[in-house]
Design a protein around this ligand. Structure first.
Ligand SMILES: Nc1ncnc2c1ncn2[C@@H]1O[C@H](COP(=O)(O)OP(=O)(O)O)[C@@H](O)[C@H]1O
Ligand SMILES: [Mg+2]
Length: 196
């Protein structure tokens, strides 16, 4: 955790707490953190998972890479320092949602192990790391946004899998082989892990 710049700030105790909200919502605040290469299927699976959770009566919120970079993180690029700050802020936002009792789904490449582990430490037991494990070759073939094509032409620098590393998760709660199974199977795999 970083030390605040400001001094003389005191945490204010609220009258309604996380447990009260969780009782109201009949669910537990959780972060489902999808990590994997660009094109591995994070956004696709997160979106399908969110629909399924909605049908099950769960309150969710999806934080997705590009959307966050349009707003909260518009000042950040893709060098190592900015990527780390990107994930740190997402982690803090996710923590607020968890405190609100919401099931947060996140879909960020989040290539660095230490950054993901920092979020895990921040969230604690309610952090579920889902590795969307898809070979670089398949991701490049899918290339849903044409980004690999651009990166290979040198039009994008620091592209994960090409000239910026992706560090495989060591102990993720769920591993999804998105090039071997249908989206629905992947969604069910996560739902089964959550044990509703
Ligand atoms: N089994 C599968 N699971 C997930 N995505 C798949 C699968 N098969 C094909 N796709 C396609 O792969 C692409 C993944 O893109 P996207 O979800 O945007 O990836 P990411 O968010 O990880 O960058 C989509 O076009 C999706 O339709
Ligand atoms: Mg995406």
């Amino acid at each position: 955790m970083r030390d605040p710049k400001a001094t003389n700030i005191v945490w204010h105790q609220t009258s309604i707490n996380r447990t009260d909200r969780e009782v109201l919502l009949q669910q537990k605040g959780t972060v489902i953190w999808l990590t994997g290469l660009s094109g591995s299927g994070k956004s696709t699976i997160a979106s399908a998972l969110e629909s399924k959770l909605y049908q099950l009566g769960k309150l969710t919120y999806l934080l997705d890479g590009d959307n966050i970079r349009h707003g909260l993180n518009t000042d950040l690029g893709f060098n190592e320092k900015d990527r780390t700050e990107n994930i740190r802020r997402i982690g803090e936002v996710a923590k607020l949602f968890v405190d609100a009792g919401v099931i947060v789904l996140t879909a960020f490449i989040s290539p660095f192990r230490e950054d993901r582990d920092s979020v895990r430490r921040l969230i604690g037991d309610d952090f579920v790391e889902v590795w969307v494990d898809c070979s670089l070759e398949i991701c490049m073939r899918r290339d849903p946004k044409g980004l690999y094509k651009k990166a290979k032409k040198g039009e994008i620098k620091d592209f994960t899998g090409l000239d910026s590393p992706y560090e495989d998760p060591e102990n993720p709660e769920v591993i999804i082989k998105s090039h071997e199974q249908d989206i629905e199977v992947s969604v069910n795999q996560i739902i089964n892990y959550l044990e509703f």
